[in-house]
Ligand binder design. Structure first.
Ligand code: ADE
Length: 221
């Protein structure tokens, strides 16, 4: 998979993309990530990328030209273009699975007070990572890249994501490791039984309980 990211702050991605599983996935050739500072595409003599809003109001609005030109230079018939915005559709694990099937993603990070609405005409999808407003789309773009990269074949063991939270609309079951007793807290007896059927049933029941407690909305689905 190839991922291109349009951002005014390309260095924000340095640490996140150069550590751990995302780094390994790139080293293995499973994903190729390119960051583009769309200011470089600005035709303004001062490389301006924003302007005051028509109709008045506070803040600056990202202009169309640099983003349109940058997309033009990257887009092919295989590209899926995603705009990160708090006004988008809520990002979910199911969307991550669908996006992991794509060959080429282009992520547009908005910034400042907003962007010219005509920029939405470039996007196949507008995504929000949650009901809160961040200073820009960079952290949301990192979240997309992380959640999608780990689903690419050969990046992590498939078993690791078949049994995890949000599959079947259930949160993950609790895990324990050694020691058996820590500060008086014991590992549940069922997990020590060696009886695989009993362990599976226990884990399923614990998943249900956790989901009821923390995310009852998932059970309604
Ligand atoms: N940009 C600012 N806030 C955002 C959010 N919650 N999701 C996606 N992009 C954003």
């Amino acid at each position: 998979m190839r991922i291109d990211i349009l951002s005014l702050f390309p260095h924000m991605f340095d640490a996140v993309f150069n550590e751990s599983i995302i780094k390994r996935a790139q080293d293995l050739g499973k994903v190729e990530i390119h960051i583009h500072d769309f200011r470089e595409y600005s035709k303004d003599p001062h490389k301006k990328v924003d302007d005051t809003p028509y109709g008045g109001g506070s803040g600056m609005v990202l202009t169309c030209q640099p983003i349109f030109d940058c997309i033009d230079s990257l887009k092919t018939d295989k590209s899926k273009i995603i705009l990160l915005t708090p006004a988008g559709v809520s990002y979910k694990q199911k969307i991550a699975y669908n996006l992991a099937q794509e060959e080429h993603l282009i992520l547009i990070c908005g910034h400042y007070e907003g962007f010219d609405e005509r920029i939405t005409s470039l996007a196949d999808m507008q995504l929000s990572i949650g009901d809160y407003v961040l200073t820009g789309g960079e952290i949301p773009a990192m979240i997309l890249v992380d959640s999608i990269t780990r689903l690419l074949p050969g990046v992590i063991l498939e078993d690791s994501h078949l049994n995890e939270s949000f599959n079947n609309n259930l949160l993950d079951y609790p895990s324990y490791t050694k020691p058996r007793i820590y500060k008086g807290m014991e590992v549940p007896e069922e997990l020590l039984s060696g009886n695989h059927k009993k362990i599976a049933e226990y884990r399923y029941q614990e998943s249900l309980k956790k989901t009821e407690k923390f995310r009852p909305d998932l059970l309604k689905k």
